[in-house]
Design a protein around this ligand. Sequence first.
Ligand SMILES: [Zn+2]
Length: 437
Amino acid sequence: MRHADILITHGLIVTFDQTETIIPDGALAIAGSDIIALGSTENLSAQFQAREQIDATQHLVTPGLINTHTHSPMALFRGLADDLELAPWLARMRDAARQVIRPATVARGAELAYAEMLLGGTTTALDMYFFPETLAAVAKRVGLRLITGPVFVAHEVSDHLRADERLARGREFMQAYRADPLVVPCVMPHSPQDVPLSLLAQAQKLADEFNALLSIHVSETAAEVANVVAQRGALPVEFLDQLGMLSARSILAHGIHLTDAEIARVAQRGAVIAHCPISNLKLGDGVAPVPKLLRAGVRVTLGTDGPASSNDLDLWKVVRLAAILHRGVQQDSTLTPARQILRMATIDAAKALGLDDRIGSLQVGKRADLILIDLDSPHLVPFFDAYSLLTYAVGREDVSTVLVNGQVVVRDRQLLNLNQADTIAAVREIAAQAATA
Ligand SMILES: [Zn+2]
């Protein structure tokens, strides 16, 4: 008998591998952080002796979801200022941030957000916020795979770093996490507008120095595009290309108001668009041209955006909306099929992040980042097609067990590495202060 740490048996395994293999009555063996075998329950039960066995009868087993755009500590401000125009909303957020944001409160906001994501089946998130070392520490503690790093912004900001300190601290972060098993460093200039050119150049240099990911907001509103044209004399995508910020390592959030020429440029450079339809609709930004992007060959991934703008971190809702939104707009029910949208939240996101050697599909040699979905609920019966069920019916409440990097982090809908009640109490206290800002 071979040894495994964990043996999952009797699940319907949806792998998202190259041939999109689905294994009925499937089993999966894990040793350390890795998937070491995958196959029928009969075969694996005969081969493996495991320290822990997880019975996945009447469960789907799929890769954990990947959220490619959020600002998790803004969970502290969830619902604080909804239904406003962008300028007054930003002003309110800035006041609230000035009042409460510091490393200790950012840690509490991140705990809350990472708890919400893990409980809902998101196992990896790209998180743009101040104090990335705090975010990284929380992620490692609760067991979420995290992409984060130094933020480069305009105006007065919450971390009070001077420009030279920002670069030095940023470099330290990139260095510290370059080989971390759970945290992937990423350079995060905020947007092509308002951020001084010198800071954008620093950010790009840092990303190049570490051959790292770079994430930036692009063309979220029409007003922003007009602003960039006025400030920079070029459309946002052209401007980023001039700075060398458009590459296969670039994750562009939103990408709503793009010209055909810009779409062609994004495709040519291999850059990624992180589509955040719930945030975009709620804020009245517009609808990203996803079918057009896909036809042009652009890699599209999915994001929730921060919980102050989209109010929750539920990627299943984003999956469902991304699948149906463009059909309604284009009056074409063949667009964005379920399987394609689910790939955006799993293997395509992993490719976009350069992590497809580790995550995004269930395959031998990859890390065990996976979720169990409990099918014993009225809204999930009967079962015909896994992709259809996952896209149109499954919700985050159906996620029962979550593993990240081979570790069980959610069991029977309970977080194992966080005192949830303690986090909730702390966030309520911080929110009360934010409300008085
Ligand atoms: Zn954002």
